[in-house]
Design a protein around this ligand. Structure first.
Ligand code: SAM
Ligand code: MD0
Ligand code: SF4
Length: 368
């Protein structure tokens, strides 16, 4: 018998108190319509308290689909012969970013596989940093870089080039499960890269996959790790099976799991950013994720430029659905609106400024 009750847990969360692991597992196990509605309602109220009715919009440029890694869940793993492999030129990348900026996104997410061209060659990381600089000066928007694991030196170069964010998702914080997903990759290197990024003044995004064999206790542990890491943006994406990958026959999880995790993230991290990624179910999936408490629409992709998504490599892209134009009517129907670019930039600047303070406190010992 479960001795926990929903109502007091929601009240506790709304007061900003930290929830225990059993309480989080209890929330992850909710199943009745009424209880789920109460969870999502509290998550939306929490979002409204901190972000009013405004959402942020992220443009996505997946500019190289080459990768040296062999993650079991990923379409673009090196052993898969099916994907179209491309590496866009700097000019093409800057143009795509400019298009996104004109369309009204608030940030450009520059993403790539661990492409040996950038990761193995002596000047590779330097040319990535140059690219960050070019995109930033062309668009005047905050920039996120999602390159996989890079050295401390690389992170420092990104920060100097004007990057605002470093995104790198652990997928799970269960080390054994990590090893079965991110084959031959180091859990610690991946995790530490995020800590180092913060040390260099970057905001960080951490993320997990739902439906890859994790238990509810694993999810609760991940949420705790995200807190310890101090991630500024936290995400969950449902696993989407990929043709030609070793997990192609795995089922995709019921979306309620992802929605519950989004809502719990909102309760645990009320002031942080939580994506509703169009990369899982396209624009059709946006409403449910926003209703669960997400406040960033990610994976907006300019159509007709030959750019891919990750979990959904083509869905809705060339049709122009994954665009600001495609998403605004959905927000409007939900009585929500897009923030302005200035509002987003103000959020980023405030967080980066307090990062400086946290680092200073760390450096000069123990003021708390
Ligand atoms: N290559 C870099 C890396 O792995 O960090 C950056 C891009 S990677 C393709 C971005 C993320 O997409 C992964 O960390 C994973 O969370 C997500 N992803 C990849 N394949 C997926 C799938 N089949 N279903 C859901 N999410 C997926
Ligand atoms: C997204 N397709 O936001 C992108 C990608 C990488 N930083 C993000 C997974 O859903
Ligand atoms: Fe490469 Fe990233 Fe895909 Fe892993 S998730 S195979 S690192 S592109």
């Amino acid at each position: 018998m479960n001795a926990l009750n929903l109502e007091p847990i929601l009240v506790k969360a709304a007061k900003g108190e930290i929830l225990s692991k059993p309480e989080i597992i209890f929330l992850l196990s909710l199943s009745t319509e009424e209880e789920l509605a109460a969870l999502f309602h509290t998550a939306r109220e929490t979002r409204a308290r901190h972000f009013s009715n405004k959402l942020f919009l992220y443009g996505f440029v997946y500019f190289s689909t080459w990768c040296r890694n062999d993650c079991t869940f990923c379409y673009f793993r090196k052993s898969n012969g099916l994907p179209h492999r491309y590496r866009k030129t700097d000019q093409e990348i800057v143009e795509a970013a400019a298009r996104l900026a004109e369309s009204g996104v608030h940030l450009i997410d520059l993403t790539l596989g661990e492409d040996p061209f950038y990761h193995h060659n002596g000047d590779g990381i330097h040319s990535l940093a140059k690219l960050v600089q070019a995109v930033k000066s062309q668009t005047s928007l905050p920039v996120m870089i999602s390159p996989g694991v890079v050295s401390q030196r690389g992170l420092e170069e990104f920060a100097q080039a004007g990057a605002d964010w470093y995104a790198c998702y652990q997928e799970t914080h269960n080390r054994q499960l990590f090893s079965s997903l991110r084959l031959k990759q180091s859990y610690d290197r991946r995790y530490l890269s995020k800590k180092h990024a913060v040390g260099h003044g970057l905001l960080i995004e951490e993320g997990i996959l739902a439906g890859v064999g994790e238990s509810l206790a694993d999810i609760a542990d991940s949420l705790e790790e995200m807190r310890k890491l101090g991630a500024h943006q936290v995400r969950v994406m449902s696993f989407v099976p990929q043709e030609g990958s070793s997990m192609s026959a795995w089922p995709t999880p019921d979306r309620m799991k992802e929605l519950k995790i989004i809502a719990i993230m909102r309760l645990l991290f009320p002031e942080r950013l939580i994506p509703a990624s169009l990369d899982v179910d396209g624009v059709e999936g946006a409403q449910a994720r926003i209703n669960a408490g997400a406040n960033v629409i990610t994976s907006l992709i300019p159509p007709q430029l030959g750019l891919a998504g990750v979990a959904q490599s083509t869905k809705g892209i060339d049709e122009g659905h994954r665009t600001v134009e495609g998403i605004l009517p959905i927000l409007e129907r939900m009585n929500l609106t897009a923030a302005t670019a200035e509002e987003y930039k103000a959020w980023v600047d405030k967080e980066r400024a307090s990062l400086g303070l946290v680092n200073l406190v760390g450096e000069f010992g123990g003021l708390r």
